[in-house]
Design a protein around this ligand. Structure first.
Ligand SMILES: Nc1ncnc2c1ncn2[C@@H]1O[C@H](COP(=O)(O)OP(=O)(O)OP(=O)(O)O)[C@@H](O)[C@H]1O
Ligand SMILES: [Mg+2]
Length: 480
């Protein structure tokens, strides 16, 4: 996975483990130095800096955590992976908080070691590039994205830096935040930009057909397979394969995908020969992937394979004034499309747009603006032209209520001193605002969840999932 032989300093006092680990690493093409103590490690770091340190926590002299603290205090540009004993996951968490790049639980196998190390090195080199890109960013648009917020600048930088590397990118974010747009941007920013971009939605295709969708089938593989057919993997050869809603993939297929990622080869359904393709993988989910792993729905080893570069898309409500930038641009686009003469929003309408929590994010904003354009005439979109629940005026039970909202503009930029003491009491936790908005929409549509979901610009399954989470007593504004 790495392009040149990276150097690893292994700190391990148990000789049998050291020998085996060294063998794994050399076999994977790394150069390895070995020390047995914490002090030995510090001395080695002074003389010559490796690319990565593989650090055992329990050492005979000083603890691995102290060595880690020293490395981070001195700001040494080196990847640190901490190895902890089985059953001491608490130690691993402590190490991560202290600045470790990743951790391994002993005993680990060659594959897990290689993947963890390669991913950490990849992320590290990306971080360095992102740092150097910082100056020339301050963009309002980027590959189809609109928005100059700080939160989006870091998305643009990661896409800019990660695009050309060919590394696997794991995109997360609530529904409608632009995950697919990000995948396309990564493709266009890559050396494969002239190759195909093939998107496949693992949540939309029935489980029984999914394997053939990805890997294709041979003639006669199943009833109805009257001719051989290429799958998405083959069609993405030389380009990018976007696996959307990856957490919806069933376990048996996860195993086959893992094999494909490990070897670059696969077999068609009903086929007997291995086929090879060269495709860059980008995947996305609106779930919390680690939670899926913890709860046993998503294979841990697949997660590690895919989670090379994480890219999180912030919710629209976390993007300062982006909502207005996007709304104005959409208004111009839809207005032209529909032959209307809209020029902008009234200040009241803009305030509503800024205050609304947008559980369906940009997609919901698109629906709201389109709705206003289609049903009204310009030149300005007024507050009452915005469809519910954005313009609800507190009439629906549990809905975001104008009367209880803090003073105007206090929400969009973190307040900046504009918020009164009395106003702050009315601010609710984000999950509550989101829950209120969803429940109000369900009430408005007489309990018809699919229609409520459509109005909110999110999928019905998102609402079902959130309802289940609330019933289980979870109160975070989790990914939609
Ligand atoms: N920052 C943005 N500026 C302008 N348009 C955007 C932005 N982000 C997303 N969009 C548009 O919003 C729509 C939804 O985006 P996209 O399909 O990429 O979201 P998603 O995160 O994949 O959603 P889901 O989880 O529901 O699949 C698309 O039409 C996309 O072009
Ligand atoms: Mg999507």
């Amino acid at each position: 996975m790495t392009r040149r032989a990276a150097r690893v300093l292994m700190v391990e006092d148990t000789l049998s483990i050291a020998r085996m680990t060294e063998a794994f690493l050399t076999q994977a093409g790394y150069e390895v130095d070995h020390v047995e103590t914490g002090r030995g490690c510090l001395a080695a770091l002074e003389s010559d800096l490796p690319d990565a340190v593989l650090l055992d926590v329990r050492l005979p002299d000083i603890s691995g955590l102290e060595v880690l603290a020293h490395i981070r205090r001195a700001e040494l540009p080196v990847v640190v992976i901490v190895a902890t004993a089985y059953g001491s996951i608490g130690m691993a968490v402590e190490a991560m908080q202290a600045g470790a790049d990743d951790f391994l639980v002993k005993p680990f196998n060659a594959d897990r070691l290689k993947v963890t190390l390669a991913n950490a090195l990849e992320r590290f080199s990306l971080k360095t590039q992102v740092q150097t890109l910082k100056e020339d960013f301050g963009r309002a648009t980027f590959h189809g994205f609109i928005g100059s917020s700080l939160a989006m600048q870091s998305v643009y930088r990661i896409v800019q830096a990660a695009g050309p590397t060919g590394a696997t990118v794991f995109v997360t974010g609530e529904s409608g935040t632009g995950k697919e747009l990000a995948a396309e941007a990564l493709h266009r920013q890559s050396k494969r930009a002239n190759g195909p971009f093939v998107a496949i939605n693992c949540g939309a295709i029935p489980h029984g057909l999914m394997e053939s969708e990805i890997f294709g089938h041979v003639k006669g593989a199943f009833t109805g397979a009257v001719a051989a057919r290429d799958g998405a993997a083959r069609r993405a050869d030389g380009g990018t394969l976007f696996l959307d809603e990856i957490c919806e993939m069933e376990p048996a297929l996860q195993t086959k995908l893992l094999r494909f990622l490990q070897t670059g080869t696969y077999m068609r359904v009903g086929g007997e020969v291995l086929e090879k393709v060269d495709a860059r993988i980008v995947c996305a989910t609106n779930r919390d992937p680690l939670k899926e792993v913890e709860e046993g729905r998503f294979r841990e080893d697949l997660y590690y394979r895919l989670h090379v570069i994480p890219l999180h898309l912030p919710a629209l409500r976390e993007r300062d004034g982006d909502v207005l930038e996007i709304a104005r641009s959409l208004l111009a686009r839809f207005s032209a499309q529909e032959g209307k003469a809209f020029e902008g929003f009234t200040p009241e309408a803009e305030d509503l747009l800024l205050r609304y929590p947008w559980p369906g994010n940009v997609r919901q904003l698109q629906n709201v603006v389109l709705n206003a354009v289609v049903l009204n005439d310009g030149p300005l979109v007024a507050a009452e032209m915005l469809p519910p629940p954005v313009n609800s005026r507190g009439s629906l039970p549990g809905q975001v209520n104008r009367a209880t909202l803090p003073p105007l503009r206090a929400v969009d930029n973190g307040g900046a001193g504009a918020r009164s003491e009395a106003g702050t009491e009315a601010i609710k936790p984000l999950w509550q605002v989101e829950r209120d908005a969803i429940e109000a929409a369900i009430t408005a549509f007489d309990g018809n969840i699919p229609r409520a979901a459509a109005a909110l610009g999110i999928s019905a399954s998102t609402i079902y999932r959130k309802k289940a989470a609330w019933e289980a007593g979870e109160t975070e504004a989790v990914g939609a």
